[in-house]
Design a protein around this ligand. Structure first.
Ligand code: AMP
Length: 244
């Protein structure tokens, strides 16, 4: 079993890399941001509570985050392990996590701020099927229209220049120190996130000494962007699942 945390400033490609690891090694990709967005889109009680914070790019309170992560991991659907994406984001969250779980490595995707900022502002999402696009390197054939379902492409409400700046600043002030904490524990491997997605993935595999993928069909099926991520309805405990 492999348990990883993937870190990097928003737009570094950590979600893409986590999905590739999920496809290739059957690791469960747990994206805290996706869980929050699902709750907002589905008008849950939690969604109502966090909606404004998400739209403003502010961090959700630590107790809420801890509860969401704890209940997600308690589903124990991660037989081969997991890749935790978007968590921990500050010292309190790192301490909570390390008290209860051990991890094998922290994968840090390194990309300069100006590169991630341009990438984030070019992100688009299909409002109907949720497929991700990027106007820099994964454009739709018809501008503004999803290639797969013809849905309308929209920006995430938190992908505005002001919010992006706030998220990058937050990352440097709050998240960078916990990378130093993980470094002291010799858990961090650093990948060059300015390279194409599959080259970054290869570098990660080499650094973690991962064997050949156990599910070879994954790349041809989804392409390097990792395919659509669809959040299924919550179970009775209020936890959510990720389905293809
Ligand atoms: P992301 O998709 O990782 O960019 O997350 C989107 C938004 O969800 C962030 O801007 C925060 O508002 C919230 N969020 C995600 N993960 C966390 C976390 N670990 N702690 C606090 N807020 C979070």
């Amino acid at each position: 079993m492999q348990k990883y945390i993937i870190m990097g400033v928003q737009g570094s490609g950590k979600g893409t890399q986590a999905k590739l690891l999920q496809d290739d090694y059957e690791l469960v990709h747990i994206s805290v941001g996706d869980i929050f967005r699902w709750n907002v889109q589905n008008y849950t009680k939690l969604g109502a509570r966090i909606k404004r914070m998400i739209a403003a790019g502010q961090l959700v309170p630590d107790d809420v985050v801890a509860e969401v992560v704890k209940s997600r991991l308690e589903q124990h659907d991660w037989n081969y392990g997991f890749v935790l994406d978007g968590f921990p984001r500050n010292h309190t969250q790192a301490e909570f996590f390390l008290e209860s779980y051990d991890i094998d490595a922290v994968i840090l995707i390194d990309v300069p701020d100006e590169v991630v900022s341009a990438r984030i502002l070019a992100r688009r999402l299909c409002s109907a099927c949720g497929l991700d696009y990027n106007l820099i390197y994964h454009r739709p054939s018809t501008p503004g229209i999803c290639d797969v379902c013809q849905g309308r492409l929209v920006s995430r409400s938190d992908d505005t220049p002001e919010v992006v700046r706030a998220r990058i600043d937050d990352y440097h002030t709050k998240t960078q120190p916990i990378i130093d904490l993980f470094r002291r524990k010799e858990l961090v491997v650093v990948a060059d996130g300015t390279r194409p997605a599959l080259a970054v993935q290869q570098q990660i595999r080499d650094m973690l000494a991962l064997d050949r993928p156990i599910t070879a069909a994954a790349h041809t099926k989804n392409g390097s962007s990792g395919g659509a991520l669809v959040m299924a309805p919550a179970g009775p405990s209020g936890t959510v699942m990720q389905l293809r």
